[in-house]
Design a protein around this ligand. Structure first.
Ligand code: B1M
Length: 229
């Protein structure tokens, strides 16, 4: 059977997730969106669809990008296909009427345009009841800080995907210290090249390995602050 004849709805769950990884790799947005809808009809949770098909598929894209098998235009198409799937899942991840847990300003740091992981974190946090102010990509230190001050945020969340942009997170924290407001905020950081040691070294409150950990960490740290207030 050729790819054109493939009927996604006729595949079983494991064949379908395999196919989704191929389709993500090939940047086939329509097919990804269709597959996401099929999995939802099969009662998959939005979180499982995200992690077991979309994020897992993007990992393969990333490995081949690193190894010079895929190039920027192909990765961009894969990213757009992933965003198509995420757009369907977003309203399902965001519970309406949930009690507000706190407010977070989030952005990808200056010099960095990767936003898929940051968007995922924002979505999951919103779903868990946090109010999110998304500053997008290429975020300057003053933009994080001025927005957090203006909005009365509890958390500043930073994302970086490049080894060349991750040091900018320290710049943001240093600026908070210069303005004598470092302790006003819970500072969370994340992104593929970071680790816990880096988070500690720059003076963040926590490094978050993935979106689910970001939610858990934020909940824990906000609760601890409220207890100590
Ligand atoms: Co880029 N890119 N890219 N890229 N890209 C990487 C990051 C890279 C590792 C690929 C590789 O070589 N294997 C590599 C970086 C190498 C390095 O720094 N050591 C790289 C490079 C080199 C580049 C360019 C420089 C390429 C070039 O132009 N020559 C360029 C940089 C442009 C720039 O930013 N100035 C570039 C461009 C691009 C595209 C535009 C093509 C596209 C981005 C599209 C977009 O985001 N809208 C792209 C993509 C898609 C990737 C890969 C393939 C995938 C990233 C991704 O979306 N992953 C990536 C390879 C990889 O990471 N495997 C790569 C899926 C996402 C769900 O995971 O972002 O890790 P992630 O987020 C996770 C966690 O990290 C965590 O939670 C998320 C969900 O679980 N998390 C947080 C993330 N942020 C958080 C914030 C938090 C908490 C948790 O705050 C509270």
């Amino acid at each position: 059977m050729s790819e054109d004849d493939l009927i996604l709805a006729e595949l079983n769950d494991s064949e379908l997730t395999e196919q989704m990884m191929d389709d993500l790799y090939d940047g086939l947005k329509d097919e990804i969106e269709e597959a996401v809808r099929i999995l939802l009809e099969r009662n998959w949770t939005p979180y499982d669809i995200l992690t077991k098909s979309l994020v897992a598929g993007m990992q393969i894209v990333g490995d081949d990008f690193r190894d010079g098998i895929l190039f920027v235009p192909e990765v961009l198409r894969a990213a757009q296909a992933m965003k198509g799937g995420m757009a369907i899942l977003k309203p399902l991840l965001i519970e309406t009427g949930a009690p507000k847990m706190g407010k977070m300003v989030i952005g990808t740091v200056k010099g960095d345009i990767h936003d898929i992981g940051k968007n995922l974190v924002a979505m999951m946090m919103e779903g868990a009841g946090f109010e999110i102010i998304d500053l997008g990509i290429n975020t300057e230190a003053d933009e994080y800080i001025d927005t957090a001050e203006r909005e009365g945020a509890d958390i500043i969340g930073m994302s970086a995907l490049l080894t060349t942009t991750m040091p900018y997170m320290k710049t943001v924290i240093e600026k908070l210290k210069e303005r004598d407001i470092r302790d006003k905020y819970i500072v969370l950081c994340g992104g593929a090249p970071l680790n816990e040691e880096f988070g500690k070294a720059i003076g963040a409150d926590a490094y978050c390995d993935d979106a689910a950990i970001a939610v858990e960490t934020a909940k824990k740290l906000v609760a601890a602050r409220q207890e100590n207030a």
